[in-house]
Design a binder for this molecule. Sequence first.
Ligand SMILES: Cc1ncc(COP(=O)(O)O)c(C=O)c1O
Length: 444
Amino acid sequence: MSRALEYLRREERVIGKIIGIRFYPIVVEGALGSRVFDVDGKEYIDFSSQWAVVNLGHNHPEVIEAVRSQLERLVFSSHTTFPNTVAIELAERLVELTPGSFEKKVWFGLTGSDANELIYKIMPVYSRRRRMLGFQGSYHGQTMGALSLSGHKALTRFIGFPNVVKAPYPFCYRCPFKQTYPECGLLCLDFLENNVVENAPAEDLAAVIIEPVQSDGGVIVPPLEFIPRLYRICRDRGISLVVDEVKVGFGRTGRFFAIEHFDVAPDVISMAKPMASGFPLSAVVGRAEIMDAALAAHLFTSSAHPVSCAASLATINVIRREKLLERASKMGNYILERLKEIAEKHQLIGDVRGMGMILGVELVKDHRAKMPATFETASLVYRAYELGLLLTYVGTYSNVVEITPPLTIGIEEVDRALEILEKALDDVEKDRVDRESVRRFVGW
Ligand SMILES: Cc1ncc(COP(=O)(O)O)c(C=O)c1O
């Protein structure tokens, strides 16, 4: 038996299924740059960045060095009561980096969910309005407030709090209003304004929360004018606009924050995943009056962890010095063009889309009815793993292959990964992937 299977059997005995989504039987032992090594010594190209976390690649030497030197100075102080210098420095950087020239302040946590939990908690307190608006398909996190804001089936299967209303996200490939952009004039936004917001009702709406690219919902990029118009709808009614940058912030889309593509300065931004290159850290940056709205309202003993904050400061420096924003735009465009070429040769691909280095390949059984090719997507991701490429899939119908490589990945690795992806696709189309093996790992 392989060591991986041995470990997975041990895992099954002691770790609850609650913890994960699995696509294939990997157990990781090491990683470097864009490569991951499993316990059997097999090497993979990491086209997931571990759910968009290791944007700089695994074990970036500058991050490792910053962490090492922080460990020698201070491993821990609880920022709740004993503030540390690194967190203050990082907060100053984040205030500078986020859009908006108004006064801003920062809160720190440990993971994306706790950041969005703060949004859920604080926006009604600040505004003295009770309700919130989120989007269908959105993923904001697993804690009760964050899941209540979400519209993704992984979260809507739980009964969340009842004060959140959901509107359709502008998903042009599967428009719920059967329209075509731009001829539609963004009918979905008229619906949002006149039907959803007005009936919420508007005067009781504290905030709207949106992902600038809806990631787990299926890598959906909204039309460029959608968010600016949404912002104006909010502003005219005294509703705050909150942007969730947990997955797409810190350079992934080719801008430091994805919202910069839309030229909007939101009232609040949440961020996490890549911000400390794999060390647990999240943040909310918002208008000072929001972040001061309640005293000691979201306390986590180990938030603003000095080691994670040191990793984050190093991450920001690397993004700047290695020009990773430019790189993400360029490499992202290159991958998108290559995916379009692959799509022309494969019926299974219904759509390819993305922004910078978050890309989605949507698989369908037919191009007219767009029946989601869900099992084929699981098979493709499984086969890619067998061939040495780590991919995941997302989407309301579990039929969108998500591509989020490290922003530092080289062209040869990208080409090799795309070759594997195409070979895996070919094998799926020719029914050469073992169905039983895939069934055991059908993810979410
Ligand atoms: C956009 C977005 N927000 C929030 C979260 C939750 O973050 P975490 O899993 O770190 O709690 C995720 C996780 O996938 C996400 O994609």
